[in-house]
Write a protein that binds this ligand. Structure first.
Ligand code: GDP
Ligand code: IMO
Ligand code: MG
Length: 424
């Protein structure tokens, strides 16, 4: 048996989809354990683009079983849309290949309406994806969530929706003054897709447990990134789930101690979508150039991603917070086209230089301290060969984080990658 976790080490969109797809070739199961369709994981094969939001990124490999664990908040309509997209892309998605936990929390219309109303009315916007993620997790923690298995019983669903609406009705009518579906309408809406979703719904705890008992190779595919974690991230500008390695233990049903390795997916620079502090952000033409060359647009919302230099202080924190054992460094080709190269190795806080900082500190009060390096201009044409400058850049990162870079990616296609070590 071997278990490997893929975790985003920054603010998401590090290239988790691409790396998961490649490593899935050698494993038996791929498991999503948190988040929902706020995720957008891109896989490019022979110029064809597939963006996955709920279905794990192992789906392109026929031998792989995909699991959506109970820690995921699940929008059944988003799933049905994804099924259709997969069909168009001629990817077979069957209940034998995709298994969804019957205790996944269902994202309802009420959750999405609340998400939109809050973002629309507040001066302190988070810049959410608008998918109802936060309100769905609130319902889960508040012990009033609709679970996928509830879609099997109309009477139960009606009763639970009614309970669910008791407080929200006050918010919709009196605070936000927006219209909302009746319990009956919402029940009909959810049941209209139940027939397409329920065949996939099962006890995934046991599927995973049996697989582990049978020595299978399991890949856990994180969504978002450590700095968006509800506890470890730059609160309140975070998502509402445990995006760090810890989410695996609560989000799909493996007890602690069964994780062999954690691979931190890391962009060679940094991006962030939505609001919140971003100390190394480049608000100049260099940032614009990286955004353009890196084609940095959100895979879920299409928003422009903010861009900046790599932040080794926050990365060091992410490595500790998620017990990351090696890194996959992605989008090196983008930096190859930039004629400057900087790394943040410390911060100035009240005039003092510090090398350890965590997002619990108000990052907007910290000024990044950069070191400058000679830029690299590799074209990655010769297999396995990299320039001295790129080798030095990687050494700087490894030296600061004290873990190896096991993978280098230099383009979106599957072949545009170098494995410096084996994972499965
Ligand atoms: P994820 O959310 O972590 O899976 O990442 P996204 O799919 O949201 O964003 C990463 C984007 O970068 C996608 O469009 C990928 O196709 C692309 N990508 C991944 N690795 C590389 C790379 O090494 N170089 C380039 N140029 N693009 C990459
Ligand atoms: P992947 O898996 C980047 C961000 C949103 C917003 C904050 C809260 O593709 O890396 P939410 O809708 O989750 O309540 O929004 O989190 N966010 C992401 N940013 N990549 C993602 O996923 C994200 N999922 C959520 O932009 O700032
Ligand atoms: Mg993404």
């Amino acid at each position: 048996m071997k278990t490997l976790a893929i975790v985003g080490s920054q603010w998401g969109d590090e290239g988790k989809g691409k790396i998961t797809d490649l490593l899935s070739a050698k494993c038996d199961l791929v498991v999503r354990y948190q988040g929902g369709n706020n995720a957008g994981h891109t896989i490019i094969v022979d110029n064809k683009k597939i963006v996955l939001h709920l279905i794990p990124s192992g789906i392109l490999h026929k031998h792989c079983t995909s699991i959506i664990g109970h820690g995921v908040v699940f929008d059944p309509f988003a799933f049905v849309e994804e099924l259709l997209a997969m069909k168009m892309a001629q990817v077979a998605v069957t209940p034998e290949r995709v298994k969804i936990s019957d205790t996944c929390t269902v994202i309802t219309s009420y959750n999405r309406l609340l998400d939109a109303a809050r973002e629309g009315s507040s001066d302190n916007k988070i810049g959410t994806t608008g998918k109802g993620i936060g309100p769905a997790y609130e319902d889960k923690i508040g012990r009033r969530a609709i679970k996928l298995k509830d879609l099997r019983d109309r009477n139960l669903l009606m009763r639970k929706l009614e309970e669910n609406l008791i407080e929200k009705r006050v918010l919709f009518e009196q605070l936000y003054k927006i219209s909302y579906p009746t319990v009956e309408e919402e029940c009909d809406r959810l049941l209209s897709v139940a027939g397409q979703v329920l065949p996939y719904v099962t006890d995934t705890f046991n599927v995973l447990d049996r697989a582990m008992a049978n020595n299978k190779k399991v890949l856990f595919e994180g969504a978002q990134g450590v700095l968006l974690d509800i506890d470890y991230g730059s609160y309140p500008y975070v998502t509402s789930s445990s995006t760090s390695m810890g989410g695996i233990f609560t989000g799909c049903g493996i007890p602690g101690g069964k994780l062999d390795e954690v691979l931190g997916i890391t962009k060679a620079y940094t991006t962030r979508v939505g609001m919140g502090p971003f100390p190394t952000e480049l608000l100049d033409e260099v940032g614009e150039k990286i955004q353009k060359i890196g084609n940095e647009f959100g895979a879920t919302t299409g928003r422009k991603r903010r861009c900046g230099w790599i932040d080794l202080v926050l990365l060091k924190y992410a490595v500790k917070a998620s017990n990351i054992t090696s890194l996959a460094l992605t989008k090196l080709d983008v930096l190859s086209n930039i004629d400057q190269l900087k790394l943040c190795t410390g911060y100035r806080v009240n005039g003092q230089l510090v090398h350890d900082l965590y997002p619990g500190f108000d990052l907007s009060a910290a000024t990044p301290n950069f070191i400058e390096m000679d830029p690299f201009t590799d074209d990655f044409q010769e297999e396995g060969k990299i320039s001295k400058n790129l080798e030095l850049y990687i050494s700087q990162i490894e030296g600061h984080l004290k873990i190896p870079v096991g993978i280098m990616a230099f383009g979106p296609e599957r072949r545009e990658i170098v494995f410096r070590r084996d994972y499965f």
